[in-house]
Design a protein around this ligand. Sequence first.
Ligand SMILES: [Zn+2]
Length: 89
Amino acid sequence: MTRAPTSRIYKKHETERMRIHPHKVDFAHGYPASADMFYHCLNCDDFVPSLPGESIGCQCRNVFIDTEAGRLSIKNDCRVLLVELHDNG
Ligand SMILES: [Zn+2]
């Protein structure tokens, strides 16, 4: 079992062979970011890496990470889950 690379967005169908570990997080305390975490947007089902190599956002722009400004913005965090993706091969 290997961790999925975290440099790009995964689409829902790409995660079907992966195991998804949700992390229970209170977003009121901020948005965590680490190399193995993704933000799963429940509006458009994109999985956005929390530490991308360059600025990136989900399809509906509910989640947007601006690497130049060092800012992670989420419009509606009730529609977002923080998850870890494990690739089963
Ligand atoms: Zn979205």
